[in-house]
Ligand binder design. Structure first.
Ligand code: SIN
Ligand code: FE2
Length: 217
């Protein structure tokens, strides 16, 4: 029996697509967590509302953000950083719900990164027209830890490039429940999101929400 065939026999669970060395797209992986995930998400947003942050250059981002976990990613005039305190509220970010941790850990493990224990979850809200330009996730301490990205609501075109900004990105349509994990050789690859097309999602309405789990410290 060839290795491929053997893997096919044992490979239970949602489809797994390699998109680069160290990067995996897990179609529909988050759907099994939906029942607990959605109320947990709404509770976080009620405690730490979405806000449009500013880049160090002074531009307001089209994506609205909030965080949960012991650290949250923030950007303002002084730069990008992880902070334990929500600057809008002056209090710690909401704790990371158990279902978030479980989803992130299981997705990472399925993509080949066992033992992932995120301490930060950035929550991005895209309304029609919102986009995220190509960037690297490099504010974390340990690049041996992967990034786990969960897509909810309206679908979007995810751009996944290479180690250089000029590398032409591949385009992937991400739908509700899809998860992308990148680490190892592609941990610092440029990525972004094309402007969100208008639409209506049965659970989330006129928006896309993305959860990105990171090990910041
Ligand atoms: C991000 O890179 O932080 C967000 C990616 C996404 O929204 O899919
Ligand atoms: Fe990112």
């Amino acid at each position: 029996m060839t290795a491929d065939l053997f893997e096919g026999v044992l490979d239970v669970g949602p489809a797994r697509q390699k998109i680069a060395d160290g990067a995996t797209l897990l179609r529909g992986f988050a759907k099994a967590f939906e029942h607990d995930l959605m109320p947990a998400l709404h509770a976080i947003i009620a405690q730490a509302p979405f806000r449009h942050m500013h880049t160090p250059g002074g531009h307001q981002m089209s994506v609205a953000m909030t965080n949960c976990g012991s650290l949250g990613w923030v950007t303002d005039r002084s730069g990008y950083r992880y902070d334990a305190i929500d600057p809008e509220i002056g209090k710690p970010w909401p704790a990371m719900p158990a279902v978030f941790l479980l989803l992130a850990r299981e997705a990472a493990a399925r993509a080949g990164f066992a033992g992932f224990a995120p301490d930060a979850c950035l929550i991005n809200r895209y309304e029609p027209g919102a986009r995220m330009s190509l960037h690297q996730d490099r504010d974390e301490r340990d690049f041996d830890q992967p990034i786990v990205s969960v897509s909810l609501g309206l679908s979007a075109v995810f751009l996944f490039g290479g180690p250089k900004r000029a590398d032409k990105p591949q385009r992937y349509r991400l739908q509700h429940g899809d998860v992308v994990v990148w680490g190892g050789p592609s941990r610092l690859f440029f990525h972004g999101v094309a402007p969100l097309a208008d639409g209506e999602h049965a659970l989330l309405g006129r928006q896309r929400i993305n959860l990105t789990f990171r090990r910041a410290r």
